[in-house]
Design a protein around this ligand. Structure first.
Ligand code: TRP
Length: 375
């Protein structure tokens, strides 16, 4: 019996590092602008996948940073898939926590902000066996060293403060590739820091088709997914540092108007009563102005000018009003949804059924391409 030569997985370390270089970032930005134009003309060629880990309640930073963008793309006619990444919760923690409540709460957030289950497929990892099974051939296509060098894996591991790296965290980019490729998504809205993850997905898709793909190389099994860079309107927390649940400096989507008012009252500002929009010199005040601007569609400079010598108190009053007005309908809807877990479970069952069918079909193509057909 002759042994076929074995090839070690290529090393994509350089490709991944290159994904974060300035030149490559500029290319991604240009590409994103071109894709936006194409979507405005004809969205029919696009399928987008994105998602979140169900680790806590979504806040206004998530809303302005990504949720509003998803809803915009959905409404523009892009076929949208959203993964509630429940298996990824245990990549960097020991227990699943109150996972069921968190999944339902995340789903309520999604629906409240305008994701429409009739047009958008919302599903959980743990319910889609065929998606997870794609991990096996994909794992064969990556080397341990390229995973260790993935900048996103590195930074996520650093954030766990000395916890040993789990195999699931190390292979996170491969699981994410399965999320994207099971439904052959060609569009992934990401922030800059996620570009290496996406590059790993592109590398896996290419290698699959080179090594295991169909005899007819003009018909690849998987598309090359492209990043749609989010504008990165970076919203800070109410203390002027990065907004994060663990710091208690967020305003959650589901908070009440009076909780919002109380939190904004405590927001850090400075003592200069004359209000100016100066992101470098006065980051805290600028952040509050920027949030007001996002809610009202006005320019932060104009809002500052209108406030003039009104001081931080006026900034806070305007922001409280603007936020509470913007989010009132979403909060109302969220409360109704949260009170109806039967409805939420129905939406999830429907999304899981649709995602499951898509995943089965893709896994079938994968097996066929690899010659694993025994019936
Ligand atoms: N990594 C994302 C997060 O941390 C969630 C996620 C899982 C995801 N799979 C994805 C995002 C695929 C985009 C594409 O919240």
């Amino acid at each position: 019996m002759t042994q076929e030569p074995t090839t070690a997985p290529d090393d994509a370390g350089d490709e991944l590092a290159a994904a974060t270089s300035d030149a490559s970032l500029r290319r991604s930005e240009e590409r994103s602008a071109a894709i936006e134009e194409q979507i405005a003309r004809d969205p029919s060629g696009f399928r987008m996948l994105t998602g979140d880990r169900p680790t806590g309640n979504l806040h206004i930073g998530h809303y302005f940073g990504s949720l509003a963008n998803r809803v915009r793309l959905q409404d523009a006619g892009v076929d949208t898939f959203v993964v509630i990444a429940d298996f990824q919760v245990i990549a960097d923690r020991d227990a699943t926590g109150p996972i069921r409540e968190r999944v339902l709460s995340l789903l309520a957030d999604y629906l409240a902000v305008g994701l429409d289950p009739a047009r958008t497929t919302i599903f959980t990892h743990s319910t889609i066996p065929a998606l997870n099974e794609l991990m096996l051939p994909f794992l064969a296509l990556v080397s341990d060293s390229e995973l260790y060098r993935n900048p996103t894996v590195k930074s996520e591991h650093e954030a766990t403060a000395g916890r040993p790296m789990s195999g699931l965290l190390l292979t996170y980019p491969v699981h994410q590739a399965a999320d994207i490729l099971f439904c052959k998504a060609n569009l992934v809205p990401v922030g800059k820091d996620q570009l290496p993850h996406l590059e790993q997905t592109r590398v896996i898709a290419r290698r699959f088709d080179e090594r295991f793909g169909r005899a007819d190389k003009r018909r690849p099994v998987f598309p090359q997914a492209e990043a749609l860079l989010s504008s990165g309107s970076l919203i800070l927390g109410l203390d002027g540092t990065k907004m994060s649940k663990s710091k208690g400096n967020t305003i959650e989507l589901g908070m009440s108007a009076s909780e919002t008012a109380k939190l904004i009252k405590r927001a850090v500002t400075d003592s200069d009563r004359h209000i100016t929009y100066d992101p470098a010199g006065r980051p805290e005040v600028a952040n509050l102005l920027r949030l007001t601007a996002l809610c009202t569609g006005r320019a932060p400079e104009d809002i500052a000018e209108e406030i003039g010598d009104g001081g931080a108190g006026t900034v806070k009053r305007m922001l409280t009003e603007a936020l509470n007005e913007t989010f009132a309908p979403m909060r109302q809807r969220r409360a109704e949804l949260a009170a109806d877990p039967g409805y939420l479970l129905g939406v999830l069952a429907d999304g899981n059924r649709r995602a499951g069918e898509v995943a089965e079909a893709t896994l079938d193509e994968v097996r066929a391409a690899m010659g694993m057909r025994y019936a």
